[in-house]
Design a protein around this ligand. Structure first.
Ligand code: PEP
Length: 250
């Protein structure tokens, strides 16, 4: 099937340069024999520092967002060209905080996805329902819409550089985790959507991470599910004590 486990840490708007360097250095040491694929996504301001530390290791460098245009008059935005220049390999796009706090819609997210793929980045496309959408029985409808619209115009060839992160919004930073069974049901559904769009072989190869209060004590149960291929970790990625056991789950 060609899938492997992929564990990513989203550091969000945490850490100074010095703190980011310390964490990155510790992870390089702790994960050098790790069996899975790894990524850390520091703040833009700390990318250059962390880039120098993770370069040539088994830890990929990710950015948490990018602008939807290559360059130009876009005050406060960061372009894919600038990210590439810093050694960024992967861009997280459509995180729930971008969708809901900063009001990014599917069309904007799709523009960013296509631009990042055009420039050779791996994209982690985040999808996931709000609590009220889950309570209204709309989980599949929301996840299907975010997947289909997020990937509109993405070729089968480019899909090979896409990872999907299913992150139910009610589970992010709340300490509430989807049960492995509930998460698995959505992952299997999303894989079916991808099979319809790109064929079964592409769907079987797609890595689908779970995100939402992943911790050392629930990582292994989640990863044991057939369609859960890794994790996008927020809070627990900020310390080696919590990220390393997740990254080395067995
Ligand atoms: C996230 O923000 O992607 C996330 C999953 O956060 P947390 O692990 O803190 O819930």
């Amino acid at each position: 099937m060609g899938r492997h486990y992929y564990i990513a840490g989203n550091w969000k708007m945490h850490k100074t340069r010095t703190e980011s360097a310390e964490l990155a250095q510790a992870l390089v040491t702790e994960l050098k024999d790790g069996k899975h694929e790894y990524l850390v996504a520091p703040s833009f301001t700390n990318l250059e520092t962390v880039s120098a530390i993770v370069e040539g290791t088994n830890i990929r460098l990710g950015a948490q967002n990018c602008a939807c245009e290559e360059q130009g008059a876009h005050t406060g935005e960061v372009s894919v060209l600038q990210l590439k220049d810093l050694g960024v390999q992967t861009i997280i796009i459509g995180h729930s905080e971008r969708r809901h706090t900063y009001k990014e819609d599917d069309a904007l997210i799709n523009k960013k996805v296509k631009l990042a793929l055009k420039h050779g980045f791996e994209v982690i496309l985040c999808i996931g329902e709000l609590l009220e959408e889950r309570e209204a029985g709309k989980v599949e409808e929301v996840c299907e819409r975010q997947t289909v619209k997020g990937l509109e115009g993405v070729s089968a060839e480019d899909l090979a550089n896409v990872v999907i992160a299913y992150e139910p919004v009610w589970a992010i930073g709340t300490g509430k985790t989807a049960t492995p069974q509930d998460a698995e049901a959505v992952h299997a559904f999303v894989r079916k959507v991808i099979a319809r769009l790109y064929g079964n072989e592409a769907a079987q190869k797609l890595i689908i991470q779970y995100g939402g209060s992943v911790k050392p004590d629930n990582a292994a149960q989640l990863m044991a599910m057939e369609n859960i291929d890794g994790a996008l970790v927020g809070g627990a990625s900020l310390k080696t004590d919590t990220f390393v056991p997740i990254a080395k789950f067995s």
